[in-house]
Design a protein. Structure first.
Length: 228
């Protein structure tokens, strides 16, 4: 007699979410172990700083490319590479926690490929918004703009679900309002940078992409265009 397998109490994570987190942790592990002299020898102490100089997004570099008309690959890659470089282990840890939580929910509904698109394109959107709105000389590093893109996609999911049950859709924006409020509070208490602009632009990019990437999104858009 065959016995049916009992369902797991914990839903498995989408493979692409696990892969993203492993990439983020592997890079951070290299920086942290190198800084402690465990791997890489004496040169490894400067790995993190070198990575920030090489892969961080820079508004000044963007404007230089725009003014000169030169778009070298080593600078274009910064639009994405900055997502995977962090200034400290704690920043990486928080990014990974959000990727696990938000990536799981978005990936299960949108699919693995769409989740990765939201993550990466939101990072690009966050970098562009940071350059256009702040023109700050401070380099942009860390995966939070991409994470906020996943939060934007998650907000879209809640927004649609609330619409289906006839509830107030503005409730879907509670999470982003809370996170922005916390950032503002910390900025007032301890001083802060303009990174929150990139985070907010990443959120907007992720929310906007969801209209196209969510299941049935293209069909709804085509239907509205035809009605007009």
């Amino acid at each position: 007699m065959e016995h049916e397998k009992e369902p797991s109490p914990v839903n498995p994570l989408p493979p692409v979410v696990v892969a993203l987190v492993l990439i983020l942790f592997a890079i951070e592990a290299g920086f942290s172990l190198g800084a402690r002299g465990i791997i890489g020898g004496a040169d490894a102490i400067g790995w993190r700083l070198h990575a920030i100089q090489t892969y961080a997004f820079s508004s000044e570099v963007l404007w230089w490319m725009w003014e000169t008309g030169q778009w070298p690959v080593e600078h274009l890659i910064r639009f994405v590479s900055y997502i995977f470089v962090h200034v400290a282990f704690t920043q990486t840890l928080f990014v990974c926690v959000f990727v696990l939580a938000m990536g799981k929910m978005v990936g299960e509904i949108f699919g693995d490929l769409a989740m990765v698109v939201v993550f990466l394109v939101s990072g690009i959107g966050g970098a562009l918004g940071y350059a256009l709105l702040t023109q700050s000389p401070t380099p942009l590093v860390g995966g939070f703009p991409a994470v906020y893109g996943l939060i934007g996609a998650f907000t879209y999911i809640l927004w649609r679900q609330l619409a289906l049950v006839g509830a107030q859709q503005s409730r879907a924006f509670t999470l982003i309002a809370f996170l922005m409020g916390v950032q503002l509070l910390f900025g007032l208490l301890f001083g802060g940078t303009l990174d929150w602009v990139a985070d907010l632009c990443g959120f907007g990019t992720g929310f906007g992409l969801s209209f196209f990437l969510a299941p049935g999104g293209w069909a709804r858009i085509r239907s509205r265009i035809r009605r007009q």
